[in-house]
Design a protein around this ligand. Structure first.
Ligand code: SF4
Length: 447
């Protein structure tokens, strides 16, 4: 297809020798699939279940609620409530600080949260409300941390929202009383959001290996646990795009090493567990890890082999948030006998794309921050049988008559770990082999 001139550097094919220009702001007019800065912050902080999450802005910014991104909690459910200061014309003209202070007093009094996060949205940045000053005032009054999150949607990409969220988490960890001596054989799970209970599964693996999970950042998160996080011996970073910045800051501040891992797919899950055992465990931990990996693999491989017979040779495209998930999905699809013919991310970096190219077959399309028209054209030109993405990608696949697998935060079935690989394979198998596609010939999009 003919790309917009400003998009030319953002798309390449593996083996064509061209480097992807990554980390740019979305091109105006390209109708990016990428979410805004505020959304990036909320994705990271929202699963903290005993915190108050208050969106300072018009009510529309708060529309993307828990019901859409279902991070589960084993206890408090405060994160499921979506609070907004509901700014209107009066606040835009006269300023929204008074209504922000009022909302915080009412909500903290009513819900008694362990802390409050206040998200600044576009209009707050435009009119210049001093969110930090309001937060300091309310914190002094109520005695709980009230943390501003500078996430004005216009100020950058989704990655800038991740950065603002990491800053807020560091603020929480740096409060008096937080931290303490290092806990032996312990880790933090960093960058897992407990979608469909995935953090619980990962935690259970680590506990079976004899490793203590100090905090999960931020799936099923609790403020107390996050304040203990500086005591962990290692940070296991699952969502590299959003949380590597936090892991680097924790390394610099508390001397905690970090390791980028993935719990998507059999190979990567096993590698992640062995890495944790090697870095914080002892001979007993390693023996337990070997046994765990052996038994989990043995339990899932027959079913995967059965599903693979129908999937062998099928073609897949994927467009996901971060690069580490893309790497894992390429490997997981290969395990099912499938070939990735297009792979893209919202927030990958230049080095990530080079690594992605080295994983896929020659000629695979690699795209940074793509848009619906490009995606539709790629899906058709590459004759894909399966598209993996999130809520914004699903209609593109269905309108074209192509199978779809949701691998984003909206899903209700866990796809991480060994058991998750079976769920993933079943979902892929069900959509790719569905008889519905024979009733719906593939549509063509306008060039
Ligand atoms: S871009 Fe701005 S106005 Fe739109 S949802 Fe994000 S913060 Fe709100």
């Amino acid at each position: 297809m003919d790309l917009l001139t400003d998009r030319q550097g953002s798309v390449a094919r593996a083996g064509d020798g061209r480097a992807i220009v990554a980390g740019r702001r979305s091109v105006a007019g390209s109708v990016s699939q990428r979410a805004c800065t505020f959304c990036g912050s909320r994705v990271v902080l929202y699963p903290i279940a005993d915190a108050l999450h208050l969106v300072h802005g018009p009510v529309g910014c708060a529309g993307y609620t828990w019901d859409i991104r279902g991070a589960l909690s084993s206890g408090p459910q405060l994160h499921r409530l979506s609070f907004s200061t509901d700014m209107r014309e009066q606040e835009v003209i006269r300023g929204g600080e008074k209504s922000l202070a009022h909302a915080l007093r009412v909500l903290i009094g009513r819900h008694r949260p362990a802390c409050a996060f206040v998200y600044a949205t576009c209009i707050v940045g435009v009119i210049g409300d001093d969110v930090g000053a309001v937060c300091r005032t309310i914190e002094a009054e109520t005695g709980i941390p009230v943390i501003p999150v500078a996430s004005e949607g216009f100020k950058g990409t989704k990655k800038d929202g991740y950065a603002a969220a990491c800053g807020a988490l560091l603020d929480l960890m740096g409060r008096p009383g937080a931290g303490g001596p290092t806990i032996p054989k312990s880790v933090n799970i960093v960058g897992d959001f407990n979608v469909a209970g995935e953090s619980w599964l990962i935690r259970s693996y680590l506990e079976r290996m004899g490793i203590e999970v100090v905090a999960c950042l931020t799936g099923d998160g609790r403020v107390d646990d996050i304040q203990r996080a500086p005591r962990a011996a290692l940070n296991l970073v699952q969502c590299a795009g959003s949380m590597t910045r936090l892991a680097k800051a924790m390394r610099d501040r508390w001397n905690i090493p970090f390791e980028q891992v993935s719990f998507i797919g059999l190979e990567d899950t096993a590698a992640a567990l062995y890495k944790a055992a090697e870095l914080v465990g002892d001979a007993d931990t390693l023996a337990r890890t070997r046994e765990l990996v052996r038994s989990e693999m043995a339990a899932v491989k027959p079913e995967l082999a059965r599903l693979r017979t129908d999937l062998e040779g099928r073609r897949a495209a994927l467009y996901v948030g971060g690069a580490f998930k893309a790497f894992s999905l390429v490997r997981a699809l290969r395990q099912l006998g499938m070939r990735t013919v297009m792979a893209g991310t919202q927030t990958g970096g230049g080095d990530d794309y080079e690594h992605l190219k080295s994983l896929v077959d020659p000629d695979t399309i690699i795209a940074d921050d793509t848009n619906p028209l490009e995606l539709a054209a790629f899906l058709q030109s590459e004759r894909v049988d399966l598209f993996i993405g999130g809520v914004k990608e699903r209609p593109i696949a269905y309108k074209l008559g192509i199978g779809f697998c949701d691998h984003n935060h909206e899903r209700k079935i866990g796809l991480a770990g060994f058991a998750g690989m079976v769920s993933f394979a079943r979902e892929v198998h069900a959509t790719v082999t569905s008889p519905v596609w024979s009733l719906m010939p593939r549509q063509r999009v306008a060039p």
